[in-house]
Ligand binder design. Structure first.
Ligand SMILES: Cc1cc2nc3c(=O)[nH]c(=O)nc-3n(C[C@H](O)[C@H](O)[C@H](O)COP(=O)(O)O)c2cc1C
Ligand code: SF4
Ligand code: SF4
Length: 444
C-alpha cells in the first residue's frame, strides 16, 4: 500500500484530501464525522465576528441531466460565536490528533484585531492558519476578503501582521477575481506566507428567473453577485494553480481548490503543483463518503504508476505546461474514423464543415431503414491532407473510441514558434512599448 500521507509546511496529514472552508466544516460535529469518513484535513468555516446570513443563499447551474455543475452562493463567514468555533476545534484536535485542522480567519484590517484572532486560533490547537483574502461578496463590501486579496500591498501587509505573532504555518487563500493570481501569490510570499491556497469563488450571477424577473438566488425578489464554484470551475482553477506553481519567485506549498470531486481531479491538481486538495461543492452535493473512493482511487493509481508516496505526484506535470511559443509546430496528427464503430450520425461532418476546416466528406445518405441491417451506414471520410488535427470531430463524436487522432511522421525536426522567430532573425517577444509608440511590435 503506497503512503498517502502528505507533508504540508511540516504538518503531516494522513492524506491530501481536505474539506475546504464552507458549510461542510461549520461545526465540530461535521468535522469529526468527516474525519471518521476518511478526510485527511478540514479547513474550518471562516471564523471572524459572527455575521447574519440571508435566506436564500445558493443558486446552481444544471447541465442536461447533471445537477449542480456550478454552485453560486451569497453566504458569508461563520454565523457562530468565535469561542464556540475555537472550543470545537480543540475538541476535534483532541479526538483526531493525526488529522489536520486549519483555522480559516477573517477580521477587519487592523493589526491588533488580526493579532488577537491569530493567538486565539493557535491556542485552540489548530495545525495551520488560512487567511481568507478571497471571499468575493458581502465581506468584501466591508473591506475584508477579496477587498484585501485584490490589492497586492494589502495582501503583503496583513500577511506580515499575522506572521508577527504566528507560531504555526500560515496559508493565504487567494481570490481568482484578479488579473494575475500568481502575482497575488507573490504578494503573499512577500508577507512571509508559508503557503497559498487557491481558488476561492468566482464573482458571478448565476441566472435570472424569466417569470419573476428576480435573480437567483433571490432574497425577496432581489439578489447580489455571489461566488461561483463546483465542477465547472475546475479547468480555470487548474490553470491558476499551475501558474502559481510555475512562478519563479513564489516557491511555497500550494493547496489546490476548485471543482475537485474525485481522486482523478485531485491527482490533476497535485500533478500541476498542489500538495493538498480541498473540496467543498462535491461534499455538499454527495456527502463526506466520497472520500472513500478518493482514497481507494489514489492508492490504486499510485500502485499502477509504481509510486511509493502521494508526495511523488506533486508538480510532476508542472514542466509540461509551457508557453505556446515553445510547442512543436511540426507535430502533426490527423483524425481517423473506425468504420465498425461509426453510427453514421454525421456530427463530425457538421462540426468540421461549419466549425473547423471542411475536411470531412459526408457519404451519400443511403435510402431505406438502417435497422434492417441491409443498408450500409454512411461513414464520413476524413481528407487527411487537409485535416489540421484540431480534435473537434473527436470531441463531438458520441461513440467512444470511434474517432482517434493519429500521429503522422512528417520527417521534419521539432520547431517551436520561438525557434522559428529566432531563425528568421525576429524577436519572439512582442514589445508592448513598440506597439504603443510605433503602432507595431518589434520584429513585425
Ligand atoms: C456555500 C459556500 C460557502 C463558502 N464559505 C467559505 C468560507 O467561509 N470561507 C472560505 O474561505 N471559502 C468559502 N467557500 C469557498 C470554498 O472554500 C472553495 O474555495 C470554493 O467553493 C471552491 O471549491 P469547490 O469548487 O470544491 O466548491 C464557500 C463555498 C461555498 C459553496
Ligand atoms: S481534426 Fe479538425 S480539421 Fe481534422 S477532420 Fe476533425 S474537425 Fe476536421
Ligand atoms: S460523429 Fe462519430 S459516429 Fe457520428 S458519423 Fe462521425 S465518426 Fe461516425
Amino acid at each position: 500500500m503506497p503512503d498517502l500521507s502528505i507533508n504540508f509546511c511540516g504538518v503531516r496529514s494522513p492524506n491530501p484530501f481536505w474539506l475546504a472552508s464552507g458549510p461542510p466544516t461549520n461545526t465540530g460535529y461535521q468535522v469529526m464525522k468527516a474525519f471518521d469518513a476518511g478526510w485527511g484535513g478540514a479547513v474550518w468555516k471562516t471564523i471572524g465576528e459572527p455575521i447574519i446570513n440571508t435566506a436564500s443563499r445558493y443558486g446552481s447551474i444544471d447541465y442536461k441531466n447533471e445537477r449542480m455543475i456550478g454552485l453560486n452562493n451569497i453566504e458569508l463567514i461563520s454565523d457562530r460565536p468565535m469561542e464556540t468555533n475555537f472550543r470545537e476545534i480543540s475538541e476535534v484536535k483532541k479526538r483526531f490528533p493525526q488529522n489536520t485542522v486549519i483555522a480559516s480567519l477573517m477580521v477587519e484590517s487592523k493589526r491588533e484585531t488580526w493579532h488577537e484572532i491569530v493567538r486565539r486560533a493557535q491556542d485552540s490547537g489548530a495545525d495551520l492558519l488560512e487567511l481568507n483574502f478571497g471571499c468575493p461578496h458581502g465581506m468584501s463590501e466591508r473591506g475584508m476578503g477579496a477587498a484585501v486579496g485584490q490589492v497586492p500591498e494589502y495582501t503583503t501587509l496583513i500577511t506580515g501582521w499575522v506572521k508577527e505573532v504566528a507560531t504555526i504555518p500560515v496559508i493565504v487563500k487567494l481570490t481568482p477575481n484578479v488579473t494575475d493570481v500568481a502575482h497575488m501569490a507573490w504578494a503573499a510570499r512577500q508577507g512571509a506566507a508559508d503557503a497559498v491556497s487557491l481558488v476561492n469563488t468566482f464573482n458571478s450571477i448565476v441566472g435570472v428567473d424569466l417569470d419573476t424577473l428576480a435573480p437567483r438566488p433571490s432574497v425577496g425578489g432581489y439578489g447580489s453577485h455571489g461566488g461561483y464554484c463546483g465542477p465547472s470551475v475546475k479547468p480555470i482553477a487548474l490553470h491558476m494553480v499551475s501558474s502559481v506553481a510555475k512562478h519563479p519567485k513564489v516557491g511555497i506549498p500550494i493547496s489546490g481548490i476548485g471543482g475537485a470531486g474525485n481522486w482523478r481531479d485531485a491527482v490533476e491538481f497535485m500533478l500541476l503543483g498542489a500538495t493538498s486538495v480541498q473540496v467543498c461543492t462535491a461534499a455538499m452535493h454527495y456527502g463526506f463518503r466520497i472520500v472513500e473512493d478518493m482514497i481507494d482511487g489514489l492508492a490504486q493509481y499510485l500502485d499502477e504508476k509504481r509510486l511509493n508516496s502521494a508526495m511523488d505526484l506533486v508538480g510532476r506535470s508542472a514542466e509540461r505546461i509551457r508557453d505556446w511559443g515553445d510547442l512543436d509546430l511540426n507535430y502533426k496528427i490527423v483524425a481517423r474514423i473506425d468504420p465498425e464503430l461509426c453510427i453514421g450520425c454525421n456530427l463530425c461532418y457538421i462540426a468540421c464543415e461549419d466549425g473547423a476546416h471542411q475536411c470531412i466528406t459526408a457519404a451519400e445518405r443511403p435510402r431505406g431503414d438502417l435497422r434492417d441491417g441491409e443498408i450500409a451506414k454512411h461513414v464520413p471520410r476524413i481528407l487527411e491532407d487537409e485535416c489540421v488535427g484540431c480534435n473537434l470531430c473527436a470531441l463531438v463524436c458520441p461513440v467512444p473510441g470511434c474517432i482517434t487522432m493519429q500521429q503522422i511522421d512528417t520527417g521534419r525536426p521539432n520547431m517551436s514558434w520561438r525557434e522559428l522567430q529566432e531563425a528568421r532573425g525576429r524577436s519572439p517577444q512582442c514589445n508592448v512599448e513598440d506597439l504603443l509608440t510605433k503602432g507595431t511590435a518589434a520584429g513585425d
